[in-house]
Design a protein around this ligand. Structure first.
Ligand SMILES: [Zn+2]
Length: 286
């Protein structure tokens, strides 16, 4: 029996099986994908799961083995509740370290060890990883590939292109009231800074994260692409962002022609999506 967190399977978004068994939202038109991800395994994750499930939006919860924030870590039974509710569980290290600074042996323990511990708890494969605080390097990416993950999420924002490296999966927007300067700093690490800067200075809809989230979704709806919302449930709780999150999720959910996927489903579709026409400008970020 599925829990009350259960989400409907794909809702109105028809998902077709393509050769090789990959799942694609392609229906003779450019893909439009909504995905969400939630880091750190805080007990408030269950509340996030509830508001997502109410709107038939899915996503991935990245859970470290040790508690990262003050509230401690979600219990195993609660992880199983999220899993049985249709959400993906991803790894986020054992102790949430700065991975590029880890010694080689510690890096393996953090990456492979966190995967194994979660798999033991879940009784199923864990295929996605999120770099703690987004910090990664070529050495860290190699370790994640060596551990046989399908992909890994960064904390890069303002991306909505269909072509991306599944081991450097970017996001579109964080559930957090960032300043414009925060976004500029984040974009400074982007591959194409000049175009990113042009976006922030010319097309910028304002620092209000709710307006920005809707603006980015409108672009994906109009041109195709991936709208990736990420956040930390403890921040949602501490900053009183749950109602605003509900407004954003109401806006993006239950839309015809949009596929609602976990991060892992999206990563495994990456080769197919990369062959799609580029959208939202010429690639990523916006
Ligand atoms: Zn984290």
């Amino acid at each position: 029996m599925r829990s009350d967190l259960a989400i409907a399977t794909n809702g109105s978004a028809a998902v077709n099986t393509i050769k090789g068994g990959a799942v694609s939202p392609l229906r003779g038109e450019v893909a439009r994908v909504v995905t969400t991800s939630w880091d750190d395994g805080d007990p408030f994750d269950l509340e996030i799961g509830r508001v997502l499930a109410e709107r038939k939006v899915t996503g991935t919860f990245y859970i470290p083995i040790q508690g990262h924030h003050n509230n401690g870590r979600i219990e195993r039974a609660e992880i199983l509740t999220l899993d049985s509710g249709g959400f993906e569980i991803g790894a986020h290290g054992i102790s949430h370290p700065n991975l590029p600074r880890c010694e080689p042996r510690q890096l393996v323990v953090e990456v492979e060890g966190s995967k194994k511990r979660l798999e033991d708890d879940l009784g199923k494969a864990v295929k996605m990883f999120a770099y703690p605080n987004g910090r990664h390097s070529s050495r860290v990416i190699a370790a994640v590939k060596q551990a046989r993950f399908d992909g890994a999420r960064t904390t890069e924002m303002l991306a909505c292109g269909l072509a991306f490296d599944p081991f450097s999966m970017p996001t579109s927007i964080q559930v957090y009231p960032h300043s414009r300067l925060d976004y500029v700093r984040n974009l400074a690490r982007a591959a194409d800074f000049s175009r990113a800067w042009g976006y922030v200075t010319r097309v910028w809809p304002g620092s209000n994260w709710v307006k920005l989230a809707m603006h980015l979704f409108d672009r994906v709806l109009a041109r195709g692409g991936v709208w990736h919302l990420y956040g930390h449930s403890w921040e949602v709780q501490e900053h009183g962002l749950l109602n605003a999150l509900g407004v954003v999720l109401d806006y993006v959910s239950n839309r015809p022609g949009v596929s609602y996927l976990s991060n892992g489903e999206l990563a495994r579709m990456s080769p197919v999506l990369s062959a799609e026409p580029l959208v939202c400008g010429e690639g990523r970020p916006l």
